[in-house]
Design a protein around this ligand. Sequence first.
Ligand code: ATP
Ligand code: MG
Length: 466
Amino acid sequence: MKWNMAPAGMAEAAGQVMSVLAERGREAYFVGGCIRDELLGRPVHDIDLTTSALPEEIMEAFPRCVPTGLAHGTVTVLQDGFSFEVTTYRTESGYADHRRPEHVSFVSDVKEDLRRRDFTINAICSGMDGKLLDPFGGAADLERRLVRCVGEAEERFDEDALRMLRCLRFAAVLDFRIAKNTWRGLLRQRDKLAHIAVERMRSEVERIVEGPHPQRGLALIARSGLLPRGKAPFPWTGVELAAAAAQLAGIGELQSARLRWALLLHALGQSAASADGLLRAWTFPGATRSAVAGVLRAREAWLAALAEVPPGTPGGTEQLRRRWIAAVLAIGRAAAEGWLAVAEALPPGAGGGSAGPAAAEPAAEPGTGPAASPAGPPAAADAASAPAAPPDTARLRAWIAAMPLFTLGELAVTGGQVAARLDKRPGPWLGTLLQRLLLEVAAGALDNDPQVLLQEAQRMVKHDEQ
Ligand code: ATP
Ligand code: MG
């Protein structure tokens, strides 16, 4: 291996680990994703090794190591500031739960180890000399840009159902096709996805959506019909997914993962509340969930403003501006600007208004019929045109940019000062009053000056009492 794609120093350190094993008379090879990525000219993040040495021999050979998965033969070796997973050659058997093997046996032939791996492109190994050991034609599949199971696809997906999602993930991230037999095996076994933990599904789907070819991945998800069979809710028909696909042309241009999720859930017609529920069910971390829901809430706030101020209302622009500023204060600047970025990623005419694919046709699942060919171009979708006009994002951005403050903490008076000036006991009224002051300052109607604010507070209270 040349290791042009690995970080500086990593290859030397991995070579060092190899030499130590060789000195002890053990075989060792670089294997799996690192070989695949190096051959593809993609960045190599970690280098894994496979060896004939048993776990206890590995631990003995390397004073600095962590017994990561001893039962499966994996030891993490620390070398020159890098860490390497060193795994004993093994075979697996008895996948009773379609998730993980019941038995792991250490073996002496590296080819047996390569045979247990999922796809040919992940079943290549190489020694120090760079010569490939590639019994399943993985290098040729890399050349042909093909994801293909090692062995019989149907059997391999039955053993471990997560491999089906890995298959879609590799095809999406690498922009590869899926071999015919592999695709067929996947369609036959897709019900087995029900055995896979939601967290593991999520992590594959995240890599698809957040990777370099999200649209291709989503088309594969739609055509495979895989996700509705998992443990997590996936309440869309093939028709709805195809309609959403028409709105997702710009998803790859969004750099932020959260905005990609927001765009996707928008295109799938989700409200902020239902998106929040779905992301929770999919075990997304709370921070991601609330960021995505916040973006969709910004959309809802803008639509509500539009509904309350019909076109042609005298002074309508100023009313819209104040409503938008109130929304920005309520949901935060990041969510509001996130929504504008999402709206800009929508195709012209797709609105950013009331979302949702129009499911005019009866639900049909793609990819089930005889026409289910290996991964091809995404199914052409009849764009479901959302009714509302796209927001004038430049104008909404300018309104945000002109806001002098965004939070109560930036207001030049505290609640205590306001209560003291009014000589009233603090209570719920105080929070409401501060919010009104904040809006006036944010909208540019009041200076953020303590005297100005206290006077205005008095005026507001007096006015309310009349
Ligand atoms: P990446 O790290 O980019 O996801 P990778 O190929 O390194 O790619 P890992 O999940 O790190 O993927 O797994 C390392 C190797 O272990 C794979 O290349 C493959 O050979 C094997 N492997 C991983 N998961 C499975 C599985 N579910 N079934 C069979 N083999 C697997
Ligand atoms: Mg890896």
